[in-house]
Write a protein that binds this ligand. Structure first.
Ligand SMILES: Nc1ncnc2c1ncn2[C@@H]1O[C@H](COP(=O)(O)OP(=O)(O)OP(=O)(O)O)[C@@H](O)[C@H]1O
Ligand SMILES: [Mg+2]
Length: 206
């Protein structure tokens, strides 16, 4: 049975698409079969030619259903479902079908408040601070605001993904630059851990 991870959240531009490709890329680097499934009708499906994982078109709900039915019969694979902003009802349906729902968010006050509402609506989802500042002072401010806004939700917070140079190349037709391989692998491992899995859970992993 394929493990299913949904990247969701009401706020646009929080890193759903980038993070879903980053996780698929990281898993594939470990030899795990990964499938990236787009569900956002306003976005194109990126070609799979220069990627280590397949990209599938799930923008039509019927197509998504049949993809998930087919993947259900595949062993040792992981599907990354890339959601879309402003679709709380669809997020709820996708989260029900998922083994893990991840809500990426950035450091703005709006992002913090929107992700808090998402966490209330989706009680099993975890939130991923994304593009988190690394400069000491900025990091302290961001962490403090995070602690204040999301008090009581700390156990559902993943550790932050920083601003990563070259991350943008994950969404290029020509594929990602090699320098982003280590952070993608690290994120993939952390996501597996959140699902109670490790590389040992996958026969094909290297
Ligand atoms: N950790 C990061 N480091 C650097 N840039 C990032 C990071 N995460 C996301 N970005 C950049 O932020 C922008 C928005 O990301 P992305 O398109 O993945 O968001 P989204 O949630 O899928 O947006 P939409 O709601 O439009 O689908 C992109 O330009 C992406 O390259
Ligand atoms: Mg997107």
């Amino acid at each position: 049975m394929t493990k299913t991870i949904v990247l969701a959240g009401d706020k646009g531009g929080s890193g759903k698409t980038t993070s879903s490709h980053a996780i698929a890329h990281g898993l594939a680097m470990f030899g795990i079969r990964a499938f990236h499934i787009s569900t956002d009708a306003r976005r194109e499906v990126l070609p799979g030619e220069h990627r280590r994982y397949a990209t599938l078109d799930g923008r039509d709900p019927k197509a998504l259903g049949s993809i998930l039915d087919r993947l259900d019969k595949v062993e040792g694979a992981v599907a990354l479902i890339d959601g879309g902003g402003g679709r709380p009802d669809i997020d709820r349906v996708l989260a029900k079908a998922a083994d893990l729902t991840i809500l990426p968010f950035m450091q703005s006050q709006t992002d913090l408040r929107v992700v808090k509402d998402d966490m209330k609506r989706l009680p099993d989802a975890v939130a991923l601070p994304n593009r988190w500042p690394t400069q000491k002072w900025a990091r302290e401010v961001a962490d403090r605001e995070l602690g204040q806004e999301l008090e009581g939700y700390v156990d559902r917070l993943m550790s932050p993904v920083p601003e990563i140079n070259g991350y943008v190349t994950l969404l290029r037709d020509s594929g990602a630059v090699p320098k982003i391989n280590p952070p993608c692998k690290q994120l993939a491992l952390r996501v597996l851990e959140r699902m109670g899995l490790s590389l040992f859970s996958f026969e094909n992993a290297s």
